[in-house]
Design a protein around this ligand. Sequence first.
Ligand code: SF4
Length: 112
Amino acid sequence: MAFVITSLCVDCKDTACADVCPVECIYEYKGSDPSVPNQLFIHPDECIDCTLCVAECPVEAIFAEDDVPDSQKEFTALNAELSKVWKPIIEKKDAPADADEWAKTKEKKHLL
Ligand code: SF4
C-alpha cells in the first residue's frame, strides 16, 4: 500500500507534504501547460507509508490507498503514472499565488 494525493491538490500544491517526506517520493506534475505545474503525486514504489505527509496537507488531499474516496479512485493510478514522469520535490516551496482560492474548490479533476 502507498499514499495517494487526490484532486484536492490541483492548483493548490502547498508542498508542506514534501518537506516532511523522509524518502523524497513526492513529485510535481506540470499538467497540460508545461509552464504551470498543477499537482503533486506520490510514487507508490518509493512511499514507505510513514503517514507524515497526511497531517501536513491543508486541504486533506492525501489518503492511504485503501481509503481513497470512490470519487477519487482514478488518482491511485495517476499517482503511479505521473510520479514517474516529473521531478521530486524535496522541500517546501511557495504555493501558487491563487492557492487559497483553489483550496476552496472541491471538483478539480477536469483541470488536469
Ligand atoms: Fe512520503 Fe511518508 Fe507520505 Fe509516503 S506516507 S509520501 S513516505 S511522507
